[in-house]
Write a new protein. Structure first.
Length: 462
């Protein structure tokens, strides 16, 4: 009888175990391994990338502030650079929607492969097709995580764990306190994203130039003769005339990665809880129905889409918001809009607060003061009551308002890099996550080319 294939991996003594192979988990695992930790990454799908690949969240928004300052670098920028070298991304381009300064198109299939390459180069063990089903704790420590896959049930042990599951599943199973949604516990709607090919973007551009009032007021329509068309928000009259039941005011799509291809972000499934399997099932079914409805609408009503068709739909529905684990500090909306600075900063972001109405139409957008950026403090990735667990991705400790910016992919990548480095330090010193020396963590992040603004000067001056 064949030996159980997991024994060679799970008998190892890991310093850091990262659960979840999305952008935050990828950067966390690479960071932990580069900082000397024996690291494993566990992912439930048969590929990496999380929402960027399974839910087709595209493009990445944004590495910059509204004034054009790049505030996210590090491993996230390294990924972009390597995608550029592979011909799988043009790099950072102006957002022609005008919502943020830049967006970053990428080829998700190349990203899947590149992620594995970078993890393996760093010495990370990767375990795909594997789900965490239980967490064993002793006091305030996680002792092991039960995993399930085709080989059966096994136990993963490590000194420090990083929850990059998106939903905060590990922290939840470990008994960490959490919140969800707004004051009524209602979350932002889910969206089933899809791609269409055969799009004539020149027709789209011409219609925009002839009908500028039909589009988002910040759209860079006057610059379309010199800028590539990267995104479109509008066609308001055509959307109203169609009278579809989807709770949107207009349509939103982004060009690429193919020349005649776009990613459509219009479907909206509201009022359901992504942590409830019955609700999630209903959302998946409804989302796919909306895709077919939208394909017919685009073909009939939107210039440039007459010969276009759906070529890919997300493996799963896109989730904007679910559990937020309560940590040592809860980042709030005022912190974001004021561009607040923290002594324990481990990442920065220039993305605005972007809340899709949990109950109907509309998006609430609030922009950071003076087009700047805000700090994400280390305390927001350290959960209460769990001494060897760190958070990465959209489940970090924030309010509903602040989560509407920290949830974006570049922010999650930056937080992931910090979580991985902190986990490696905690494993090295055999200390609690809350006891990681913040200056040493910041120094390691700066050495890894993470952008922390004024922290760089503070650390070097000391």
């Amino acid at each position: 009888m064949r030996e159980w294939s997991l024994l060679s991996i799970l008998q190892k003594e890991y310093d850091v175990a990262v659960l979840g192979g999305g952008p935050a988990g990828i950067t966390a695992a690479i960071s932990a391994a580069r900082n000397g930790a024996k690291t494993i990454l566990v992912e439930r799908y048969g590929f990496l990338g999380g929402m960027s690949t399974s839910a087709m969240v595209y493009p990445w928004m944004t590495f910059h502030t509204a004034t054009g300052e790049q505030v996210i670098k590090g491993i996230a920028q390294e990924i972009v650079d390597r995608l550029i070298a592979l011909g799988a991304s043009p790099g950072h381009l102006r957002d022609t929607v005008g919502f943020v300064h830049t967006l970053t198109p990428y080829n998700p299939e190349v990203f899947k492969v590149l992620s594995c390459d970078m993890l393996q180069e760093a010495g990370v063990d990767i375990l795909l097709h594997t789900a965490a089903i239980d967490v064993q704790t002793e006091g305030d420590r996680i002792r092991g995580i039960s995993l399930y896959n085709k080989s059966g049930i096994s136990t993963l042990r490590a000194k420090v764990f990083v929850d990059a599951t998106g939903e905060g599943d590990i922290a939840y199973m470990a008994g960490a306190p959490w919140e969800q949604g707004n004051l009524e516990h209602k979350v932002q709607p889910m969206t089933m994203k899809f791609r269409m090919k055969g799009v004539d973007l020149n027709q789209v551009k011409q219609y925009m130039q002839e009908n500028p009032t039909e589009f988002y007021e910040k759209s860079l329509i006057s610059e379309l003769n010199t800028l590539p068309l990267t995104g479109v928000m509008g066609f308001y009259t055509k959307w109203r005339d169609a009278a579809l039941h989807i709770q949107r005011e207009g349509i939103l799509f982004f060009s690429g990665p193919g020349e005649d291809e776009v990613l459509v972000n219009v479907s909206r499934v509201s009022g359901l809880d992504p942590t409830n399997v019955e609700d999630l099932t209903e959302a998946e079914i409804e989302g796919r129905k909306q895709v077919l409805l939208l394909e017919a609408f685009f073909q009939k009503s939107i210039p440039g889409f007459q010969n276009a068709s759906v070529t890919a739909v997300g493996t799963q529905i896109g989730v904007r918001e679910s559990r937020r684990i309560i940590g040592k500090y809860m980042l709030n909306g005022t912190d974001v809009l004021d561009g607040k600075r923290f002594d324990d900063v481990i990442a920065r972001s220039g993305y605005p607060i972007d809340i899709h109405n949990p109950e109907g139409k509309g998006v609430t957008a609030n922009f950071i003061r003076e087009g700047g950026a805000y700090d994400i403090p280390y305390r927001s990735i350290v959960p209460l009551n769990n001494s060897n667990l760190l958070l990465a991705g959209r489940c970090i400790s924030t309010t509903h308002e602040a989560q509407a910016t920290t949830r974006l992919t570049p922010s999650c990548m930056a937080v992931g890099q910090a979580a991985g480095a902190a986990a490696a330090i905690a494993a090295l010193y055999n200390c609690a996550a809350a006891e990681v020396p913040i200056l040493e963590l910041q120094e390691r992040l700066i050495e890894g080319n993470a952008e922390l603004g004024l922290v760089e000067r503070v650390v070097r001056d000391e």
